[in-house]
Design a protein around this ligand. Structure first.
Ligand SMILES: Cc1ncc(COP(=O)(O)O)c(C=O)c1O
Length: 441
C-alpha cells in the first residue's frame, strides 16, 4: 500500500489510541486538514461526516464560531493560572451556570478528563464515608457492561474486558449489578415501572457499600445499550434508604446528548454526585467537573489539622481556556434551546435508523434516546457473518465519506446536536448502501 508523506511520518512515531497498530498497515490514518460543523476535510479524499462527534464530544460540531471566539478572547487575557488560592470571573461564572442548570447541587469541583472526574467523585464518596462515621463503607458497585474511563480505577468500575483485561492484576474487585432492564425502541416513550425487586440481590452488600456508580440510561462503550430510566429511580431509592451514595457518570449522556441536562432527569432523580465532561466544553478542550451537594461538602469542612480536606490536585484543574469554552457552550445551549431541539430531532433520527433496518432487514434492536441511535448488525445473515464485520464496515464507510465507527457489531449515530438534516439523511443512505453491498458480497 502506498503511503503519503504524512502517513509515513505518522507511522514512524505516532502510537494511535485504541488500536492494534498493525491494522494501520492496510488502513493508514486519514489526514485531516480542517473541520467545520459536522464535516472533517481530508487532504486526499472528500469530506467525512463526523457522525460520532469525534468520540462523542463535539456537541456543536467543529469550529463553532461562538465557542471559538470565547476561547480566542480568553487567550488574550490568560490561558492558565493555578486554581489553588486564586479565582477569576470566568470560573465563577461557569460554577454559577452549572449550578443553575442543576438545581439541588451547590458545589463544583473541576478535573481534567472524564476518567479523572469519575475518580474524583469516587474518592470524594469514599472519603466522605470514612470521615463521617461510616468507616465500614469501603466498597463500590457498578453496572454490567459499564464504561467509566481508562485509569485503573475507572477500568475496574467498568465491565469492558477489551480495554481492561491486561491490567486485571492491578484492578480492585468491583462487583457488578447484573439484572439491568435493557430496552429497545425509543426510551423517552417508556412508562414508569417499578424495578425495586431487581435490587434484592444487592442487600448482602448494603452495609459495606460506599457508593454505586452508573452511566444513567445509556451505556456507551459497553455497546450503546439503553436501560429503563425507572431503574435509576429504584437505585436512588435503595441507596438513599441505606446511606449509600449514587454517583452518575453523565460524561456521555449529560449536557444535551439525551435531550436533557442530566440523563437522571428522566427518572426525576438527583444523585449525590454527577460528573460532566465532553459536551460541557462542546469538545473544545478536556475538562470535567463533579457536582455535589452541601451535605457532601460539609462532610469535608473543618479545621486543617483534622485532615478532612479534599486534597485532590490536578495541574490543569479549572483551566481558563476550557472554562471559556464551557461558558460559551452552555450559554449557546440555553439561548438557542439546543436540548429542546435534540428532543424533537431525535425522533427523526430514530425513524431514519428504523427505515434502514426495514429496507435492509439487517439491523436488530433499533434503540435510541436523544441524539444517540444504535442497532446491532444481524450476524446470522450471510455477508455480515464474518470476522470484524463492524471494522470492515468502518473502513468502507470512510471511503464513502462517513466516519461510522461501529462498536463491535453495533452501528450507531451520535452526531453533533446541531447537525443538518440533509447530513443525517446522507449518513443513513451511506449506511444502507454499505449494508446492501455487504449482503451481496
Ligand atoms: C460514560 C463515560 N465515562 C467516562 C469516559 C472517559 O472520559 P475520558 O475519555 O475523557 O477520560 C467516557 C469516554 O468516552 C465515557 O463515555
Amino acid at each position: 500500500m502506498s503511503l503519503s508523506n504524512l502517513q509515513s511520518r505518522d507511522l514512524k512515531h505516532l502510537w494511535h489510541p485504541c488500536a492494534q497498530m498493525k491494522d494501520y498497515e492496510t488502513f493508514p490514518p486519514m489526514e485531516i486538514v480542517s473541520a467545520k460543523g459536522s464535516l472533517l476535510h481530508t487532504a486526499n479524499d472528500g469530506p467525512l461526516i463526523d457522525i460520532i462527534s469525534s468520540w462523542w464530544c463535539k456537541s456543536l460540531g467543529h469550529g463553532h464560531d461562538e465557542v471559538q471566539q470565547a476561547v480566542r478572547d480568553q487567550m488574550e487575557k490568560f490561558e492558565h493560572v493555578i486554581l489553588a488560592n486564586t479565582s477569576n470571573e470566568l470560573i465563577v461564572n461557569l460554577c454559577e451556570k452549572l449550578i443553575s442548570l442543576n438545581p439541588g447541587y451547590n458545589k463544583v469541583f473541576f478535573a481534567d478528563s472524564g476518567s479523572d472526574g469519575v475518580e474524583v467523585a469516587v474518592k470524594m464518596s469514599l472519603q466522605y464515608q470514612q470521615q463521617n462515621g461510616q468507616e465500614q463503607r469501603k466498597k463500590f458497585m457498578s453496572l454490567q457492561n459499564a464504561y467509566h474511563g481508562e485509569t485503573i480505577l475507572t477500568l475496574a468500575l467498568g465491565d469492558c474486558g477489551l480495554y481492561s483485561a491486561p491490567y486485571a492484576a492491578l484492578m480492585p474487585e468491583i462487583k457488578k449489578i447484573l439484572d439491568i432492564p435493557y430496552v429497545s425502541g425509543k426510551v423517552e416513550d417508556l412508562p414508569f415501572e417499578d424495578f425495586s425487586s431487581l435490587l434484592e440481590p444487592l442487600e448482602e452488600y448494603a452495609d459495606e457499600l460506599a457508593g454505586i456508580v452508573i452511566e444513567p440510561v445509556l451505556q456507551g462503550a459497553g455497546g450503546m445499550l439503553f436501560y429503563h430510566p425507572s431503574f435509576i429511580k429504584a437505585l436512588r431509592d435503595w441507596t438513599s434508604a441505606r446511606g449509600i451514595h449514587l454517583i452518575a457518570d453523565e460524561i456521555l449522556t449529560g449536557m444535551g446528548r439525551l435531550g436533557k441536562v442530566r440523563a437522571c432527569e428522566f427518572a426525576g432523580v438527583l444523585p449525590d454526585f454527577s460528573v460532566f465532561s465532553k459536551s460541557m466544553t462542546a469538545g473544545f478542550t478536556p475538562m470535567s467537573c463533579v457536582l455535589t451537594t452541601d451535605e457532601i461538602y460539609n462532610g469535608f469542612y473543618d479545621d486543617y489539622e483534622t485532615g478532612r480536606g479534599f486534597m485532590h490536585s490536578n495541574t490543569y484543574t479549572g483551566n481558563a481556556i476550557s472554562a471559556a469554552a464551557a461558558v460559551a457552550a452552555l450559554e449557546f445551549y440555553e439561548r438557542e434551546q439546543v436540548f429542546a431541539r435534540v428532543a424533537k430531532d431525535s425522533v427523526y433520527m430514530h425513524e431514519l435508523f428504523e427505515d434502514v433496518a426495514a429496507e435492509t432487514g439487517a439491523l436488530l434492536n433499533v434503540r435510541s434516546c436523544g441524539f444517540v441511535v444504535a442497532a446491532d448488525l444481524d450476524m446470522s445473515l450471510a455477508g455480515l457473518n464474518k470476522k470484524r464485520c463492524g471494522y470492515e464496515l468502518y473502513k468502507k464507510a470512510v471511503r464513502k465519506g462517513l466516519l461510522l465507527r461501529p462498536l463491535g457489531n453495533t452501528v450507531y449515530f451520535l452526531p453533533p446536536l446541531n447537525i443538518e438534516r440533509d447530513l443525517l439523511e446522507k449518513s443513513a443512505d451511506i449506511m444502507k448502501e454499505l449494508i446492501f453491498e455487504e449482503l451481496r458480497s
